[in-house]
Design a protein around this ligand. Structure first.
Ligand SMILES: [Zn+2]
Length: 490
């Protein structure tokens, strides 16, 4: 009897704690009133200008291959002719093989600048997929309410959209309170040497930005479980990158008299063991905050679980591990990408090797990943080497409560009143990684609503953006720039 009383008391306490925690989740902030910024924007003309940029094939094909200098020069000329006011108020420098650096000196040049990144290069159209495009990839066609072509989402949208906002504000005689820097790389898709050169230039000048904004996050629909509204993920960190090579050695010889074990089977065993032992899952800082901020827009079950992570974290991790995209947010991922062994069908190879690509969660290091591999494969005879001799841990996690973040969030709510604004973790790499040390906080976000179909258009067929969405993009930037003073820059 006493036991039952005790149990029910415990249960009641537990329910009370769960409920209190759930109620304690912050409510979604209300959207601030939309200031009448750029109410008079000429959407059709802006769309045509983006189309013109799409028609210039600034393609990055392969790492190391020289980019088409003439195409990048043509794009630079287009920017100059289309955005005369922006060019009047900003200085423009050509850096590296075709990157551009714009500086708009602020009223207070001593204040920390804001740094906006974008890239002018695009990926090629995969040969054989040309017929899948409704309009030619490099046609820059404006039709059916969309601007079509390679680069409309990744990433000429950002280059042109930022300059549209700057052009409009410059035409109004506006001057930023502090310096704005726009850095447009020319080879983001193949390594970002342009970004490296710009970052080196800024470092040399002693520039330290209050915040950096680059492509990466967006407003997505249908990706966050249990949320039907658009979710704006202003990414606060980027995963790290490292590839390790596992090499098994054996005495080679003729395949007519094989030993019981070979380099190939030994390697295969190690690969299976590694696959069966993923790195541990956990809620790293940006993902933890992401869930907490998205929770108020979710159903009761999700809300209770997220509000009570002390109890339900294992369950949440199990749910997140179910899909590759969410699994990649909760652990350092293991992806075998290359295999090599043998030269002839009747020769036992003396060596078999595999390359495994890891994307590191904040908190993991190259050393901790290597230690994990060693433990997982449990075979001291297999050599583990860092492929290419280099790799990097995740970036530092930027403050999801900084003045800059709040300003990005408020601007997003103003332009997209039904959006749930949260943060997140970048799974892939962007040009921003070359700017480490040049800013207080770094975020990845672009103000465009993307559904799962749109996400496939990036680097795929039928890349496009709605004319109305492009206009919203420009308004977002104009509002963001105009609202920079003074809160975001103490
Ligand atoms: Zn991109």
């Amino acid at each position: 009897m006493r036991l039952i009383k005790l149990l029910s008391l415990t249960l009641l306490t537990l329910i009370a704690v769960l409920a209190i925690n759930t109620l304690r989740l912050p409510a979604l902030p209300a959207a601030p009133g939309v200031a009448a910024v750029l109410a008079d924007i000429d959407e059709a003309a802006a769309a045509e200008r983006l189309g013109a940029a799409i028609r210039i094939p600034t393609i990055s094909r392969a790492t190391g291959e020289r980019s088409d200098v003439a195409a990048f020069a043509a794009l630079a000329t287009l920017l100059e002719t289309q955005y005369p006011n922006a060019h009047r108020v900003m200085t423009r420098e050509a850096i590296g093989d075709g990157s551009l650096l714009f500086t708009w000196t602020g009223k207070n040049p001593a204040a920390a600048p804001a740094l906006f990144l974008a890239h002018m290069d695009v990926v090629p159209v995969e040969p054989g997929t040309e017929a899948r495009w409704t309009h030619p990839a490099f046609g820059g066609v404006v039709a059916e309410g969309f601007i079509w072509g390679r680069g409309t989402l990744d990433d000429k949208l950002n280059v042109m959209g930022m300059l549209e906002a700057a052009e409009a504000l410059a035409a109004q005689g506006w001057q930023p309170p502090h310096t704005l820097i726009f850095a447009f790389g020319h080879d983001e898709e193949v390594g970002g040497h342009g970004a490296q050169a710009i970052a080196a230039t800024l470092k040399q000048r002693g520039i330290h930005a209050a915040f950096l904004l680059d492509e990466g996050g967006a407003l997505t629909v249908g990706l966050m479980p249990g949320v039907s509204r658009p979710v704006a993920t202003i990414m606060a960190a980027e995963k790290g990158y490292a590839s390790f090579r596992l090499t098994a050695s054996a005495i080679g010889g003729h395949s007519s008299q094989p030993p019981p074990d070979t380099a190939v089977t030994r390697l295969a065993r190690a690969l299976v063991r590694l696959q069966d032992r993923p790195l541990p899952a956990r809620l790293a800082a940006p993902v933890d905050v992401m869930l907490e901020r998205a929770a108020p827009a979710m159903g009761l079950v999700h809300r209770v679980a997220i509000a009570n992570r002390w109890l339900f974290e294992p369950l949440l991790l199990k749910l997140l591990a179910d899909a590759p995209a969410s699994n990649a947010m909760i652990r350092t991922t293991t992806a075998p990408t290359m295999l090599h062994a043998g030269i002839k069908d009747n020769v036992l190879p003396a060596e078999a090797s595999a390359v495994i690509n890891f994307r590191l969660l904040p908190g993991d290091s190259l050393a901790s990943v290597e230690a994990h591999i060693r433990k997982a494969i449990a075979d001291d005879g297999i050599a583990i080497t860092l492929e290419g001799g280099t790799g990097n841990a995740a970036t530092a996690v930027s403050d999801p409560d900084s003045a800059a973040f709040r300003h990005l969030a408020d601007t997003t709510r103003a332009v997209f009143p039904d959006a749930v604004v949260t943060t997140g973790l970048m799974l892939g790499a962007t040009d921003a990684r070359h700017y480490e040390g040049l800013y207080d906080n770094r975020y990845n976000f672009m103000p465009v609503i993307l559904n799962t179909e749109d996400l496939q258009r990036i680097h795929g067929a039928n890349e496009r953006i709605a004319v109305a969405d492009y206009a919203k993009f420009i308004r977002w930037y104009a509002l963001l720039l105009k609202g920079l003073e003074p809160a975001t820059h103490p």
